[in-house]
Design a protein around this ligand. Sequence first.
Ligand code: NZQ
Ligand code: ZN
Length: 386
Amino acid sequence: MNNYEYCVPTDIRFGEGQIECLRKEIGKYGRRVLLVYGGGSIMRTGLYDKVYEVLEDYDIFELPGIEPNPKLSSVKKGADFCKANKIDVVLAVGGGSVIDASKHIACATFYDGDPWDLVLNKKLVTKALPIFVVLTISATGSEMNPGAVISNEATKEKLEINHPLLYPTLSVCDPTYMYTLPTKQTAAGTADIFSHILEQYFQPNDGAYITDRLSEAALKTCIKYGPIAIANPDDYEARSNLMWTGSIALNHLFTFGKGGAWSVHPIEHELSAFYDLTHGVGLAILTPAWMRYVLCDVTVKRFAMYARNVWDVEEADDYYAAVAGIDLTERFFKDMGLPGTLSEVGINDSQFVEMASEAVRTSGLSTRAYVKLYASDVEQIYRDCL
Ligand code: NZQ
Ligand code: ZN
């Protein structure tokens, strides 16, 4: 195993009714709260009223309208508001988009220049407001990690800002809040969780046995409970297993002792930057194509291990086992109702060259990925998805 530093300071409050803890916990940091939320789902589900009930003794200010694939303009608006109104705490109620925007707002509040500078140079992050979270969709793991992915509308860049100050202070993870999710979002969220685990599983280091076995258990959990949550949206067992899997899938537990750069996420981020595609949908389309592209004599052993340990493939030949595992991965996404091609989501080849070069320029794809990929490789993977 590689040397590794591991410190996750987020206080997780998991389970039904845990939102009540905010009444006391937020007060440790102040009374002036910026409530950040998305396009209105929290109004329809009743969560908005619940937040006001729990925080009746607080001064609540609002930043509504955070977009899926959150935009820099929303971050600027939020940071300006926090500066002008002496906000003590940012409270994100929503999914990854709302949480990520809140994280960026929390640190941009203490920076006088353009918040995008912080994305390009994390050394400029010096301080952040405490970030509290009420999670409403399992997908990104943002509730328990220090990352935030923000889209710059002007430059069409979608990049991550990652800094220890951006770990949420406390996250309420109540599985019942996911009962209202549209089927597409449950499926896309599950695909995102699945992809996070795969990105860490497919790394060069073979010595992190414990990490690989934990990862396989988490992948199996998605395979078991994703379809159940889609068929029965208010199945508590399914929602709770997915919720915890989503959190640990990206709090770096599954990178422990490993390392390297991710492969499919940078390729996907260009799709959502250029086309505003739902992140998990892009991952579901790209993942099987990436797997087929990088399957070779060097990678076949790990792909066969994945097929046998995650999908219970019994084939003795490594190569056939690997192909069976990839086919089953593709089937899993399709069975959850996710599209299998870029054509199905209205994307053609017109921007592939630019997207491929951006994906490589802004990531470790060509330097530290499981299989190093250059712009021509990424372009071919996009084409394989048409
Ligand atoms: O905006 P509202 O009205 O709230 O509706 C949202 C949104 O339309 C809806 N929704 C969420 N919870 C709901 C609900 N609808 C009904 N009932 C509920 N309980 O679902 C839609 C999607 O929400 P969003 O927050 O965009 O989803 P997700 O959590 O998948 O976040 C996606 C964003 O996170 C980034 C992605 O790139 C994308 O921008 N990521 C963040 C990461 C991180 N911070 O670590 C890592 C990921 O790999 C990812 O890149
Ligand atoms: Zn993701």
